[in-house]
Design a protein around this ligand. Structure first.
Ligand SMILES: *[C@@H]1O[C@H](CO)[C@@H](O)[C@H](O)[C@H]1NC(C)=O
Ligand SMILES: *[C@@H]1O[C@H](CO)[C@@H](O)[C@H](O)[C@H]1NC(C)=O
Ligand SMILES: *[C@@H]1O[C@H](CO)[C@@H](O)[C@H](O)[C@H]1NC(C)=O
Ligand SMILES: *[C@@H]1O[C@H](CO)[C@@H](O)[C@H](O)[C@H]1NC(C)=O
Length: 184
């Protein structure tokens, strides 16, 4: 009886040891937050369609807000927005941001974004996919870069948003600081 208990105990002990070695190996790749392998800052310009500004609008509400609270809960906006290198709306776009955001809090303005940055220039060709919560009241917020294609094959990282200007519901601009930690 004693030897069976011992055997089990020894087996259990070695299993733990193996598990520990395995998990430390998996996590041994440390990432330094301050050392992305690629980093760039781009500005996102969103001009909401208001029924008449067809030539100028880059986004449109696809659903109306619900009556749950006063903060547009449930409203979905689909966008195809220009991304520029500086904060001027009329600067030549270096990429498009295509995707959507929706408002998801009943007691304050809060959004959730999911979109693709599409690059098609001599400088970059490829896509970067970004998603996450945009807690509008925070000065900056981090969204996840969940993948990429082309020049950004299999990338991952963080996109830090900062609200730059909001003109009611007709125009807003976000500064996006994109830090990639996996580059192939
Ligand atoms: C829509 O936006 C355009 C351009 O900003 C403005 O001239 C127009 O008056 C707006 N229309 C409505 C219905 O608010
Ligand atoms: C959205 O709701 C507003 C306010 O109730 C209404 O004026 C507008 O027509 C609605 N828009 C759509 C597309 O249903
Ligand atoms: C990328 O740009 C080239 C040259 O302007 C154009 O021919 C091509 O259709 C574009 N591709 C996409 C996916 O937009
Ligand atoms: C387009 O929208 C921007 C942002 O609201 C505004 O500054 C600009 O005057 C608009 N242009 C036209 C032609 O409505």
């Amino acid at each position: 009886m004693a030897s069976i208990v011992n055997k089990h105990y020894v087996f259990f002990f070695f299993s733990l040891l193996i598990l520990h070695t395995f998990s430390t190996n998996v996590h041994s790749k440390t990432l330094d937050k301050n050392k992305p392998c690629k980093r760039f800052v781009l500005y996102y310009h969103d001009i909401l369609f208001n029924g008449t500004n067809t030539a100028n609008a880059t986004s449109a509400a696809a659903t109306n807000s619900t009556n749950l609270g006063n903060f547009n809960f449930g409203k979905i906006v689909v966008f195809d927005d220009p991304m520029t290198k500086d904060d001027h709306l009329l600067s030549p776009p270096v990429a498009r941001a295509q995707g959507f955001y929706f408002y998801d809090m009943k007691d304050e303005f809060n959004a959730w974004f999911s979109y693709t940055l599409i690059f098609n220039s001599t400088e970059h060709k490829g896509t970067i996919n970004i998603m996450g919560a945009d807690m509008i009241a925070e000065e900056t917020r981090d969204l996840s870069v969940v993948g990429g294609t082309g020049d950004f094959f299999m990338t991952r990282g963080i996109a830090t948003f900062r609200g730059e200007t909001i003109q009611g519901f007709s125009y807003f601009r976000l500064r996006m600081d994109i830090k990639l930690y996996e580059c192939y």
